[in-house]
Design a protein around this ligand. Structure first.
Ligand code: NAD
Length: 359
C-alpha cells in the first residue's frame, strides 16, 4: 500500500538534530519500519498546487500522514480524487486541514495524536501572554538594536497579576493554560466552552465557567483561543467580536489562525483598540512573506508577539507525536481499534465532540 507523508523540511537543522522527527529528513522515525513491511512510502514537503508531490501521490495513497505545522490541505476535491484513501493521520493535534465532512462522506478515518503537544502549547500560551502584557518584544528589540529607553517600554508594560484572563475552549490545552495561571494571582480566570469539564478538574482550579462567549469577551483583559477550527469557529474573532472586548485587551491564539479574522486583527491592533496579538498559527501556512500579521504593530510600535508555528513541535512534543503516529498506523495495519481519544471522524461520523455542536 502507498503511505504518503507530508512534513516540513528541516534542512541542516534536521541533519544536525535527529530528534527533529517531524521533518522530511527524519521522517517521524517510521520510514524504515514501513519500508520493511513492504509498503511504498513517499515523504515530501511539496504540498501546494496540482503538480505538487502531495497532489500527485494522494490519488493512490491509502494512508496520508501530515502535520499541522506544514499541513497538506486535503480539500473535498482532493478527497474525491483520492480513491484508495482510508486513513488520515495528523502528526500532532488539530485536523482542520482535512475537509472532515468530505472525509465522512467517504468514511475515511481521521485520527490525531491527542494530548501529544498540549503541555508544549499551554506553556507557549502563558509565555505569549507574559510577552504581550509585559511588553517584552520591543524591550528585547531595543537591546539587540543597541538602544536603551525604559520609558518607551514601560508606558505599555503591565503585570499579569490582577488581570482577568479567559480561554475560549477548555479542553486539553485551555485547561492546562488555566492550571498554569493559578500562581499568577490573576483577578479572575474564566472559561467558555459548550462542553463541560469533569467535576474533579473543575474543583482543582479556581477558574469559573461563563455561559456565553459574549460574557467572556466583555470581561477579559487577556483572551486566549484554544478551540479547534471548524465551521462555527472560522472567523469567530472578527470585527464584531472585537467590539465586544474591552479596549486594550491582549489576544493570544495558538489554536488556528483562521479563527481570527486577518484584517480585523490588523485594524484593531493598528488603531490601538487591542493592545496586542500573539500566537504561532496563521490562516495559511507557511505564512507568505507579506502576511500582515508579520509587520502589524500598535501605535507605539509594539503588541506583536507572533512566531512561526512551533509551539506544539518542541523536541519533547515531536517524540510524543512521532510515537503516536506509529501507534495509529500500527493499529490500522493490524486491524485493531484506535484509541477513542485520538479519533476525530470514523465510519462517516464525528467521533469527537470538540469540532462543533452537532446532532
Ligand atoms: P481539545 O479537543 O482537548 O479541546 C478543544 C475544546 O474546544 C473542546 O472542549 C471543545 O468543546 C472546545 N470548543 C470547540 N468549539 C468551541 C467553541 N465554538 N467555543 C468554545 N469552545 C469550543 O483540543 P486541544 O488539545 O485543547 O487543542 C485545541 C486546538 O489547539 C486544536 O484543535 C488545534 O487546532 C490547536 N493546537 C495547536 C497547536 C500548536 O502547535 N499551535 C498544537 C496543538 C493543538
Amino acid at each position: 500500500m502507498k503511505v504518503l507523508i507530508v512534513l516540513y523540511s528541516g534542512g541542516q537543522a534536521a541533519q544536525e538534530q535527529p530528534r527533529l522527527l517531524g521533518t522530511t529528513e527524519n521522517k517521524l522515525g517510521i520510514f524504515d519500519w514501513l519500508k520493511g513491511l513492504g509498503h511504498d512510502v513517499v515523504v515530501t514537503d511539496d504540498k501546494e498546487g496540482p503538480n505538487s508531490e502531495f497532489q500527485k501521490h494522494i490519488v493512490d495513497a491509502e494512508i496520508l500522514v501530515t502535520t499541522p505545522f506544514h499541513p497538506g490541505y486535503l480539500t473535498a476535491d482532493l478527497i474525491d480524487k483520492a480513491k484508495n484513501l482510508k486513513l488520515c493521520v495528523t502528526a500532532g493535534v488539530g485536523s482542520d486541514h482535512v475537509d472532515l465532512n468530505a472525509a465522512n462522506k467517504r468514511k475515511i478515518t481521521v485520527a490525531e495524536v491527542s494530548g501529544s503537544n498540549v503541555v508544549s502549547v499551554a506553556e507557549h500560551v502563558v509565555m505569549t501572554m507574559l510577552c504581550l502584557v509585559r511588553n517584552f518584544v520591543p524591550a528585547h528589540e531595543q537591546i539587540i538594536n543597541h538602544k536603551w529607553n525604559v520609558a518607551q517600554i514601560a508606558r505599555d508594560a503591565y503585570d499579569l497579576e490582577g488581570k482577568v484572563v479567559g480561554t475560549i475552549g477548555c479542553g486539553r490545552i485551555g485547561y492546562r493554560v488555566l492550571q498554569r495561571l493559578e500562581p499568577f494571582n490573576c483577578k479572575e480566570l474564566l472559561w467558555f466552552d459548550y462542553n463541560d469539564i469533569p467535576a474533579e478538574a473543575a474543583k482543582a482550579i479556581s477558574a469559573k465557567r461563563v455561559d456565553t462567549l459574549d460574557e467572556l469577551l466583555s470581561r477579559c483583559d487577556v483572551i486566549t483561543v484554544n478551540c479547534p477550527l471548524h465551521e462555527s469557529t472560522r472567523g469567530l474573532i472578527n470585527a464584531d467580536a472585537i467590539k465586544k472586548m474591552k479596549k486594550g485587551v491582549w489576544i493570544v491564539n495558538t489554536a488556528r489562525g483562521a479563527i481570527c479574522d486577518r484584517k480585523a486583527i490588523v485594524e484593531a491592533l493598528e488603531s490601538g483598540y487591542i493592545a496586542g496579538y500573539g500566537g504561532d498559527v496563521w490562516d495559511v501556512q507557511p505564512a507568505p512573506p507579506d502576511h500582515p500579521w508579520r509587520d502589524m504593530r500598535g501605535p507605539n510600535g509594539n503588541g506583536n508577539a507572533m512566531t512561526p508555528h512551533y509551539s506544539g513541535t518542541t523536541l519533547d512534543a515531536q517524540a510524543r507525536y512521532a510515537a503516536g503516529t506509529k501507534e495509529i498506523i500500527e493499529n490500522y495495519l493490524n486491524g485493531k481499534p484506535q484509541n477513542p481519544a485520538n479519533v476525530i471522524v470514523e465510519n462517516g461520523e464525528y467521533a469527537t465532540k470538540a469540532y462543533g455542536q452537532r446532532k
